[in-house]
Design a protein around this ligand. Structure first.
Ligand SMILES: [Zn+2]
Length: 272
């Protein structure tokens, strides 16, 4: 096995570890006692911020407990709410700067862009803040738990995640979406790409994953961003393929590639 594919396998292990940790978090961390639904709307916006913080502290505890002894995390520190802020630096690669300029022009003049796009990640595993080589930067997570997050908030997370994998060389960057509607998020992501806000290398998106966990009871779903950006082409009709979940039969619950022309075209392809 060459270095590249063993790196990739470690990245997949990390994604699976995050999913295992999500399953270890007790149900009470998935909800707040001081927020409730009224006429279909959530009451208590501040509460949702508290929930995000509480959830990620619990995530951090569970992560450390379960994965302390795994080889691919050794010589690393676990960090949470680190004081360091991440931002692109003066020598940031051109794609990050271009993306920033493009997003900058989208906002009205009274937004402090530097502040808006400076990030304090929700969770990370690394071996030293000043060292940015790939070996020492293991895992970084941007988490969202507020189902009412607006488009700007989602764009911000996407931008930050691209910085982590483009400039700080994180082996695995994850956007963790709890309580967030999958379809709505994917549409927002598509808009981000369509408007050409992301101008980096497609190859860098191989290290970025998005994990959806709709609720405590729901199974977590992970997507690789590279797959979302460059899906396979249907061998039959040459349209894009999309990821689907098998609803019936012995493969129920499994993810596969299906032709976007379904039900006209029934071509499928296995994932991996
Ligand atoms: Zn087809």
């Amino acid at each position: 096995m060459n270095d590249k594919s063993s790196n990739y396998n470690n990245t997949i292990n990390t994604v699976n570890d995050v999913i295992k940790v999500l399953n270890e978090i007790p149900s009470r961390f998935y909800s707040l006692t001081d927020h409730f639904f009224h006429d279909g709307a959530i009451i208590g916006g501040e509460g949702l911020k508290k929930l995000e913080r509480r959830f990620m502290i619990e995530f951090s505890i569970q992560f450390e407990r379960l994965f302390k002894n795994k080889g691919y995390y050794q010589k690393s520190e676990y960090d949470f709410e680190i004081p360091k802020k991440f931002m692109f630096s003066d020598n940031a690669n051109i794609s990050i700067r271009n993306t920033f300029e493009k997003l900058n022009s989208r906002f009205s003049r009274d937004v402090n862009m530097l502040k808006y796009f400076t990030t304090e990640p929700d969770f990370l595993v690394h071996a030293g803040q000043s060292v940015t080589n790939e070996e020492s930067q293991k895992l970084i997570i941007e988490a969202k738990l507020n189902p009412n997050s607006n488009k700007g908030e989602i764009f911000k997370d996407i931008f930050h995640t691209f910085i982590y994998s483009n400039q700080y060389n994180f082996k695995c960057s994850i956007m963790l979406l709890v309580h967030i509607n999958e379809k709505r998020w994917l549409n927002t992501f598509e808009e981000y790409i369509d408007k050409k806000y992301y101008q980096g290398e497609l190859d860098n998106t191989k290290k970025i994953f998005v994990i959806f966990k709709a609720s405590y009871e729901d199974k977590a779903l992970a997507y690789n961003l590279f797959d979302l950006l460059s899906p396979p082409i249907c061998p039959k009709c040459h349209k894009k393929m999309v990821k689907r979940i098998a609803k019936n039969g012995k493969n129920a619950g499994n993810i596969f590639w299906g032709c976007s022309l379904f039900p006209k075209c029934k071509e499928t392809k296995s994932v991996n």
